[in-house]
Design a binder for this molecule. Structure first.
Ligand SMILES: [Zn+2]
Length: 175
């Protein structure tokens, strides 16, 4: 089966041969992992469209093993390349469930990309939508007031515990 959907490219990793593996947050299927064939070949017209931070109209095919293949894409918007954008993309990759569509999350992604900057409030709003209830959560360590969210471990931390944890600021979302 082949589908045409919209999506935001969250990450791209190079695999064997010239293939690449993409995490894409799609309007219709939520976050998917899709392989793109021959993406690194110099003639690949797809390559420039399938970059992290691009909003794309993408044609995907369901593979026999349950995965996806991206066969065509045209980008129609993008996040400016910055540390803030990368943090946002990594956040979405880590907190959104695989293969589970959520129209509310997609709407928020579009609004965030169109606004051109990822503001601090955006994270709390995503966490609420995803059901991680940022506003209610307590520090995973001491139960204190939350200052940071750690997407990798999906936990919240207070300022004090975070500073003592020696976790890099790159891995934490200030909320
Ligand atoms: Zn704490």
């Amino acid at each position: 089966m082949e589908y045409l959907t919209l999506g935001l490219i969250l990450s791209r990793e190079e695999g064997n041969e010239a293939d690449s593996f993409l995490h894409i947050y799609t309007r219709d299927f939520g976050r998917i992992v899709a392989v793109a064939k021959s993406l690194r070949k110099i003639t690949s017209k797809l390559s420039g469209h399938l970059l992290p931070g691009r909003l794309v109209s993408v044609r995907i095919v369901e593979r026999n093993n349950g995965g996806w293949q991206a066969v065509d894409a045209v980008s129609f918007g993008f996040l400016p390349s910055s540390a803030e954008s990368l943090k946002f993309l990594r956040f979405l990759k880590e907190v959104t469930p695989l293969n589970e569509s959520d129209p509310e999350v997609w709407k928020k992604i579009l609004a965030a990309v169109e606004s051109g900057e990822i503001r601090r409030e955006v994270y709390g709003s995503f966490l609420d939508t995803i059901g991680l209830g940022a506003s209610l959560s307590k520090c995973a360590n001491c139960g204190g007031e939350v200052a940071y969210f750690l997407p990798k471990d999906i936990i919240f931390m207070c300022k004090h515990c975070f500073q003592r944890s020696l976790i890099s600021g790159n891995e934490a979302i200030d909320i």
